[in-house]
Design a protein around this ligand. Sequence first.
Ligand SMILES: Cc1cc2nc3c(=O)[nH]c(=O)nc-3n(C[C@H](O)[C@H](O)[C@H](O)COP(=O)(O)OP(=O)(O)OC[C@H]3O[C@@H](n4cnc5c(N)ncnc54)[C@H](O)[C@@H]3O)c2cc1C
Length: 391
Amino acid sequence: MEAELRERVRRLLADHDPAGTDRLDFLRARFDAGLAWVHFPPGLGGLGAPRALQALVDAELEAAGAPDNDPRRIGIGLGMAAPTLLRYGTEEQKQRFLRPLWTGEEVWCQLFSEPGAGSDLAALATRAVPEGDGWRVDGQKVWTSTAHTARWAILIARTDPDLPKHRGITYFVCDMTDPGVEVRPLRQLTGEAEFNEVFLTGVRIPDTHRLGGVGEGWQVAQTTLNNERVAIGGQAMPREGGMVGVVAATWRERPELRTHELHQRLLKAWVDAEVARLAGERLRQQLAVGQPGPEGAAMKLAFARLAQELSGLEVELLGEEGLAYDDWTMRRPETVDFNGRQAGYRYLRAKGNSIEGGTSEILRNIIAERVLGLPAEPRTDKDMPWKELPR
Ligand SMILES: Cc1cc2nc3c(=O)[nH]c(=O)nc-3n(C[C@H](O)[C@H](O)[C@H](O)COP(=O)(O)OP(=O)(O)OC[C@H]3O[C@@H](n4cnc5c(N)ncnc54)[C@H](O)[C@@H]3O)c2cc1C
């Protein structure tokens, strides 16, 4: 298989010289050659090959100067929508959505959180009511990253308020350009509006855009959430990749800022970052043979803790200079660029890392219950009809 993949990469590069080929044409050809996600089925960007071989393909294409699909801009599509579509989508849905998702022609967002349903996501109140050959959706979502650039959304909505909260939810693909979808910017601590409120008023969703069975949305959402944690916390990294590299570089370049105490802290954080990186390698090996399990929660937790510790250390190291902020103008960025901005930005943005994609407290609960097998939190509302829950 390895030899076949190398040969396919060679052929792709011979037929589409990256230097002279339009970026999008190259990405489409790469998808069609089965080299987008090698573990996806043939015809859907893959070859049914072992997932671990993706790294080989990526490295060869990068070395040849091939364009990438800007994974940070389309992170929700790649990290959350694609694995969910692959597992629960119909053949038509997979054919329609996966190619433009992977090439980045269509950006995705995630309409999960609501003002009264964050950590307790199953309490969500957005309603989907059958109407004609589809559904009419009304409700409000919040903290929706990249909704302002998204063409499609993964959406969970309540379809049966008489059932207990986890059982009356259904999963849909929502067209963000449809009438009734209103996206309003929400400004963050950094001054940017990277996420949004999304109001859904009488939005019509055809039944062909349902993912999984009616009432089975919670189960489908578990696939999304498990993949989300891996997407946030389990990225492949070179040694000193990410935030630790930025702080270590400042340490090396600015000897006048060093103190013994900061040195001790940097060394400890460096070791933690390396442990997290190697644990991520192990997680990816596990992923090569199956779906991500609750272990992904540990990676996401470690990522958030490290990002906050390192960004705090950097600000302390830089003293007054670390407190300076580059620009408070409200921006609507398409990506989160940790490394391309100043220390003050990194410090403020990292605060969100322990909230987005599941808070650290909730991830600890998941680890306690599903990895360590400790007694579960008391859940008094598990079997109560959703409509009777106090809200
Ligand atoms: C930068 C950023 C981007 C985001 N992007 C998206 C997005 O694209 N799409 C989307 O749907 N959502 C998104 N979110 C929302 C995010 O998933 C939620 O904010 C998160 O799940 C927490 O929910 P909440 O804000 O309602 O807090 P709450 O659930 O109200 O929690 C408040 C606090 O109470 C704690 N807590 C709650 N329940 C328990 C418990 N049982 N045990 C212990 N502690 C508990 C929490 O951990 C937290 O510290 C984003 C958030 C951020 C910060």
